[in-house]
Design a protein around this ligand. Structure first.
Ligand SMILES: [Zn+2]
Ligand SMILES: [Zn+2]
Length: 612
């Protein structure tokens, strides 16, 4: 008698047995089924079909419906699901649903089983980093990776749908029907059509977003991730997977190479474990030496402009010169509203963490000092540690304020602003564009003569151990997307001597990346150690307390040293109190067992989170 083992999109890691009913031999592992579940019905995925000698039919219900006439999930993807389940503390069911859950269950096309094909032989796993000379060279860098003559499919991943679509259009022009697009915003019928084509096709050139890392293509010969450090590569829903890690797992298990095509070197690419960095240089272009003109301009009471208080006098004259020449200028800032930063007006002394010596930042309410590395929190004494001056914090104005000041100062100049989702007409007539990091996507649309980062501090002043790296990469990305390579970049800062600024100014990534790598190594941060963040939430204090007790007794019992246990930032989300733990799981850490504890406490979990 056949038993169908089914999993569901639920956090508990458990399988459920069903009888095939009227479907007999027509149910395959990897197909989606409709089954009775309690007093309701549920869609699940068949994990296995096994023959069982003993007949205990009364204990099992029968499958009501089979959606797929052939498996949607095939060989290698089952091991990806168990990787996701283990690595990101979730159930096999949730992992499988994150792979195929978004595909529609109703479709007219037939699934074609591509069985009988020979297993694809990979050419060997390795990781390579490629830095294109500019965004204009990205297509060419990706193109070079495609196996010639065709001997396997190539998977190209991009952080955003628009980038994947652009690459797809370019690839289609060159490779015709071999090109295929796959991302989460496709219409359901196009999504399933693309999936079915991947199941049976070969020698395909696939362009997609993070979802395409789960491509069921059987003959993948290479994976390529474009701008692998982009936060869009992290899934926000459980399992909160990191696309880079999934790509690495797949490439190594399929024995094929993995390429990172990045606008900027990063800690991961700089940290050399058998990795090569290849600056992409076309011999024909090598005479055109690209000179980065990055100016680091110190801002202090003496240097600021009288009327435009957020710019130094020097920046103002660069800005006016740009506008007078008829060129466009961009002002980039980190926050829409005002924010507070630390700095001593008198001596310029820095506030450093007593525990780990890195720079401290001011909490949003201005009451505490926070360390973005070791999570030390200390009350803010409002006194300079070096000279004792009381003038130690400063309010930075936000984009809205800057916008109105500039409008007032230059009434006849066209000024536009970009915050997160605003769209700017490609024909827009402006001289000055002001905005958050969302401004990045316009760098390749309009030619800019000047880009000003109004305050380096506003980007570094966030409680994230990677804030310096994020800022470093953003400046490099913006530089790579500029249409006018003669564009000047100005970074205004109160601490011009920091490594990050020297590194950018001297166009020497090693200055910053070697310092950053060393700090991460000493403080045992990723990529040198795994950090797990667990958050408990509840509206009721008693419930929260009960869950905390359960989790803390587990930590104690397993001898796990918790780096941080305290309120999250912000401490209340949607009316629920949020309590946060950070810890480093050791090598003997039992991930499955920990997943069960998490399930019991309803906690959310994130391994190597973007923000700790
Ligand atoms: Zn001071
Ligand atoms: Zn610290």
């Amino acid at each position: 008698m056949k038993r169908i083992e089914v999993v569901f999109d639920i956090p508990v890691d458990k399988t459920f047995d069903y009888l095939p009913g009227e479907f007999g031999d027509r149910i395959y592992p990897g197909a989606r089924v409709r089954v009775p579940f309690g007093s309701q019905q549920k869609t699940g995925i068949a994990l296995s079909v096994r023959e069982e000698g003993v007949l205990k039919e009364e204990s099992c219900k029968s499958v009501l419906r089979v959606y797929d006439s052939a498996p949607l999930v095939t060989g290698n993807l089952f091991s990806v699901a168990s990787f996701l389940s283990d690595r990101y503390f979730t159930s096999t069911g949730k992992a499988l649903f994150s792979i195929v859950g978004a595909l529609p269950t109703r479709y007219s096309a037939e699934c074609v089983e591509s069985g009988g094909k020979k297993d694809f032989q990979g050419s060997g796993f390795n990781e390579k980093y490629v830095i294109p000379a500019g965004e204009g060279d990205r297509f060419e860098c990706n193109r070079k990776i495609i196996p010639v003559p065709p001997c396997g499919s190539a998977v190209f991943l991009f952080p955003e749908v628009a980038q994947a679509e652009k690459y797809y259009m370019q690839a289609r022009a060159l490779y015709g029907e071999r090109a295929l697009l796959f991302h989460g915003e496709l219409k359901p019928k196009d999504r399933i059509a693309a999936w079915l084509r991947m199941l049976s096709g070969e020698n395909i050139i696939l362009a997609g977003t993070r979802l395409a890392v789960f491509s069921p293509l059987r003959d993948i010969a290479v994976f390529a991730l474009n701008n692998g450090y982009d936060s869009s590569y992290r899934e926000q829903q459980t399992p909160k997977y990191d696309t880079c890690e999934v790509a690495r797992f797949r490439a190594s298990s399929m024995n094929v190479p993995l390429f990172f095509i990045d606008a900027s070197p990063s800690v991961n690419s700089y940290f050399p474990i058998d990795k090569e960095i290849e600056p992409d240089k076309d011999p024909a272009e090598s005479e055109v030496e690209i000179k980065k003109s990055i100016y680091i301009l110190p801002v202090n009471r003496k240097s600021v402009d009288k009327k435009i208080s957020f710019l130094s006098r020097e920046t103002v004259s660069f800005l006016e010169e740009t506008v007078l020449k008829g060129e466009k200028a961009a002002l980039v800032h980190n926050s829409k509203g005002s924010s507070k930063i630390l700095r001593c007006e008198k001596c310029g002394g820095r506030f450093t963490c007593a525990a780990c010596d890195s720079g401290l930042i001011l909490s949003e309410d201005g009451k505490n000092l926070l360390c973005r590395f070791c999570n030390t929190v200390a009350p803010f004494e409002k006194k300079c540690p070096s000279c004792g001056s009381r003038k130690v914090s400063e309010r930075l104005c936000g984009i809205e304020k800057m916008f109105s000041v500039l409008k007032q100062e230059y009434p006849s100049v066209g000024i536009s602003k970009v915050v997160s989702r605003t769209e700017i007409d490609a024909a827009a007539d402006f001289s000055i564009l002001i905005g958050t990091r969302a401004i990045k996507r316009y760098m390749g649309v309009f030619p800019f003569g000047l880009v000003v980062f109004v305050s380096g501090e506003s980007f570094l002043n966030v409680p994230d151990y990677r804030s310096e790296e994020h800022f470093f990469i953003m400046v490099n990305e913006i530089f790579a997307s500029l249409l006018d390579k003669g564009c000047k970049i100005i970074i205004q800062t109160r601490n011009p001597n920091m490594e990050i600024y020297r590194s950018l100014k001297e166009n020497n990534p090693g200055i910053f990346l070697s310092k950053e790598t060393l700090v991460r190594k000493q403080l045992r941060y990723p990529p040198f150690a795994e950090i797990v963040k667990v958050e408990l939430k509840s509206r009721k204090a008693a419930v929260l307390m009960e869950r905390k007790t359960l989790l803390e007794s587990y930590f104690e019992q397993k001898n796990i040293e918790v780096m941080y246990s305290g309120p999250s930032f912000p401490p209340v989300k949607k009316g629920k109190d949020v309590w946060k733990y950070l810890f480093r799981p050791g090598s003997s850490f039992d991930r499955k067992e920990f997943s069960r504890i998490l399930f019991e406490t309803g906690a959310s979990v994130d391994s190597n989170p973007d923000r700790i």
